[in-house]
Design a protein around this ligand. Structure first.
Ligand SMILES: NC(=O)c1ccc[n+]([C@@H]2O[C@H](COP(=O)([O-])OP(=O)(O)OC[C@H]3O[C@@H](n4cnc5c(N)ncnc54)[C@H](O)[C@@H]3O)[C@@H](O)[C@H]2O)c1
Length: 286
């Protein structure tokens, strides 16, 4: 099998990441089935994708008509549709929660043919562990997109203990057809990107919690002082504070070092339901 055998992709989870992954997949010419347990997530994803395609067209960045891209989509609120859709590849992008992901992979493993390639967009959870919930550990890989997916160039690829060379090539090929550039990380909690990014975000919550400066000054300081396009608190809002907390918890647990312990203020925001841009309020109001 080569990446040219990939014609149809099942994307599970239609949140900020799943919607973006589905969009770039359809733009690359793949047929896409987008599944989410919540109809509201599917509706929001569809509206967001339509808006994004219209904007790309307006800027001259989309060769086809948006309607042609939309015609490649199917939508479903149950995984049982996956069997009839018969994809060659799955990309899972549900919430950063091990048991939720486990259930999905067990169900899909029973539903789909053994040669179908499984990928997870997890930010931190062990790919080897997720692969162990299936009977296809050699055909399982981490495919970590960046947010917002249609704009960000990078995909971080993570090979689990048993991922085959062939599957690694297939997944890289699919990512490149989506216009992405890949880096490869070994399978350790947080991989490369979040291993470096999350301690900075976490520290910005410690700094805010200790009242060293205002949120605005922390972000402006890091933007202008370290040449980043956005400050760490704004970036955390954009990622989702619940997602940041989950990633830090996984890193803390599996890397076993105190330096990854989540800042109490970050946890408080999540307890308050202030999850960032997706809920309209996090550190900032949107
Ligand atoms: N937010 C980021 O910047 C970012 C970046 C890279 C990777 N990720 C990873 O991508 C994944 C998704 O993150 P997100 O930011 O899109 O989260 P999100 O909260 O925006 O979306 C998660 C979606 O999963 C759906 N879902 C939950 N349980 C489900 C189930 N059992 N079946 C079907 N759908 C289910 C929810 O309804 C929701 O629509 C996580 O693993 C996260 O770590 C996030």
């Amino acid at each position: 099998m080569s990446d040219s055998h990939i014609k149809k992709i099942l994307v599970v989870g239609a949140g900020q990441m799943g919607a973006g992954i589905a969009q770039v997949s359809a733009q690359a010419g793949f047929g896409v089935l987008l599944v989410d347990a919540l109809q509201a997530s599917l509706d929001k994803a569809r509206a967001g994708i339509e808006k994004s395609l219209a904007k790309l067209k307006e800027k001259g960045l989309l060769a086809e008509e948006p309607t042609e891209v939309m015609a490649r989509f199917k939508w479903a609120s149950s995984l049982s549709e996956a069997k009839t859709f018969a994809p060659q590849m799955v990309i899972e992008a549900v919430s950063e929660n091990l048991s939720v992901k486990q259930k999905i992979f067990e169900e899909l493993d029973a539903l789909l043919a053994p040669e179908v390639v499984f990928c997870s967009n997890t930010s931190s959870i062990s790919i080897t562990k997720l692969a162990s919930f299936t009977k296809r550990a050699d055909r399982f890989m981490g495919m970590h997109f960046m947010n917002p997916v249609p704009l960000m160039k990078l995909v971080e690829l993570i090979e689990g203990l048993s991922t085959s060379r062939e599957v690694s090539r297939i997944v890289r090929g699919a990512a490149e057809r989506m216009g992405k550039t890949c880096v490869v990380s070994k399978d350790r909690a947080g991989f490369i990107i979040n291993r470096i990014l999350m301690p900075m975000i976490n520290e910005s919550f410690f700094v805010l919690g200790e009242d060293l400066g205002t949120a605005e000054d922390i972000d402006l300081g890091m933007k202008l002082g370290t040449n980043q396009p956005m400050g760490p608190l704004a970036l955390a809002d954009f990622i989702g504070l619940d997602t940041c907390l989950s990633i830090l918890e996984v890193m803390h647990k599996y890397l076993g070092e105190d330096k990854y312990r989540p800042a109490p203020l970050l946890r408080q925001y999540v307890d308050a339901g202030r999850l960032g841009k997706k809920t309209g309020i996090g550190v900032y109001a949107y």
